[in-house]
Design a protein around this ligand. Sequence first.
Ligand code: HAS
Length: 541
Amino acid sequence: FDRKDGRLVLAHLLFAYVALLLGGVCGMLQSMVKSGSITLPANIGYYELLTAHGVLMALVFTTFFIIGFLYSGISRTLGGSLTGVSRSLGWIGFTLMAAGTVLGVIMILLNKATVLYTFYAPLKASPWFYIALVLLVVGSWLSGYGIFAQYRTWRKANTGKLSPLLAFMAVVTMLLWQIATLGVAATVLLQFIPWSFGWVETINVLLSRTLFWYFGHPLVYFWLMPAYMCWYVIVPKIIGGKIYSDALARLAFILLLLFSIPVGFHHQLMEPGIAPFWKFLQVVLTFMVIVPSLITAFSLFATFELNGRARGATGLFGWLKKLPWKDVRFFAPFMGMLVFIPAGAGGIINASNQMNAVVHNTLWVTGHFHLTVATSVALTFFGIGYWLIPVVTGRRLTKRLNNLGIIQVVTWCIGMLFMSGSMHITGLFGDPRRTDYTTYNDSPESILWMPYHVAMAVGGIILFISLIVLLAAVVGLLLAPRGVEEYPIGEVIDTAEKTPKLFERWGLWIGVSAALILIAYTIPLADMITGGTGSPGYKFW
Ligand code: HAS
């Protein structure tokens, strides 16, 4: 692996792990406060910790890890090293994002940005928190341009050839990010910054939430797609099998690009001010965005089964015995996949209007995203880290470190079982999300919730232990003996059909994506801005 590129990738990964650790400390403390097990010192607020936890884990850990991983993928598959332009953009992006993170975290720790990771108006933070967000987003844009630049250079030199699958997926993921972040950029620049500086007195709450979710939903697929890159391309190689179908994998990614943006209203189903028709339309589109995940499940089962049968497996589940259970590079993402089955089912429940009325704003939703992003995605990222750090540093994943990794994954799963399991159950009893410790004047209903909060805290402690093990493993990897680890990239099975060139007609897909966004959002946004169904009397502010 190119050494200069290795440094860029490693910087992203290590930054991500530090954010994860800090966010993890907040997470554990929070779960203990919420269960009434500890009381925080008077100068630290519960919601302050909750904001730091969400921002550091959901926004910072993910974005840094993803960009590092995407850069590694394009360096490896598009020419063997990054071009000067691409690498420089990567570093500038990294620097801006790091500056944004530091500024944002300072504001949160000063209790000047206790607005949670969704920074819903009318909660107001210091303007510097929003400027920190701008730095984070602009930095990620530049990193994205670096990825596009590398891809363009490769295509020019390889006209008519099909791009490597991993690189194609990196480009789609970044494209999704560029389109999605337009929403958060609009609300931060046009609404939050003028309002928080006091240049305008009010803010159009509904519009700001809508622009946030225009970004917020595709954000979750921006987390998921790199995990899918690992499931589709890396895992087949690790298990000694092959990719079931290049075309199907590309189709899934294009469908994610098209359908993951015009669906933000499924986070706002219980909000007034959006006409039911538009909510219905976006729910239909939400059900469309489930299709690529079903395609993914099908492809993975096909890869596992074909691989198992080629090794002599028989019966319906004989292939399970042929998988390399003791290899953390496989075990971690596999546990992520397994958890994604109930996690995805929970998402489908959320998306259904009537059931959303039951679960919205309860701990069920928190349980949902601790399974999706904090388990399926996080475990996959951990699994990637176990081979990617050795690849970029020229070291070896020793047996001991591998076993440490397995322990880490098992403890993470146990911790999450306690934590997310109790969140799901107590959420169904109406237990609200995002609340400090309270028994609501000892109301019988909330007393019933308390044992689940204690179970959540037990989960939180186990998860924190898992994070410490992860940290030990990462340090171990950085100091491991020198050697050459392979960057595992799967090959497509011989019997797979030819991939149509259509998938790389970017103008077409950007056009269809723009059309869907315009259909789903133009009229509701116009209504919100002109005061029709939105916040009456408000325009942008
Ligand atoms: Fe979600 C809320 C709907 C997926 C994250 N979601 C959230 C929030 C987050 C989040 C962070 O419709 C909270 C935001 C906040 O703070 O308010 N979600 C869905 C739907 C899906 C979905 C329909 N969510 C995700 C993913 C996330 C994520 C992925 C992060 C990475 N979500 C919602 C809705 C809400 C919501 C509503 C709002 C709730 C409210 O009221 O506030 C779908 O994409 C899920 C599709 C997935 C599947 C599963 C496919 C399974 C696969 C694994 C195969 C396994 C194998 C191994 C092969 C259909 C691919 C098998 C081995 C064996 C041995 C069996």
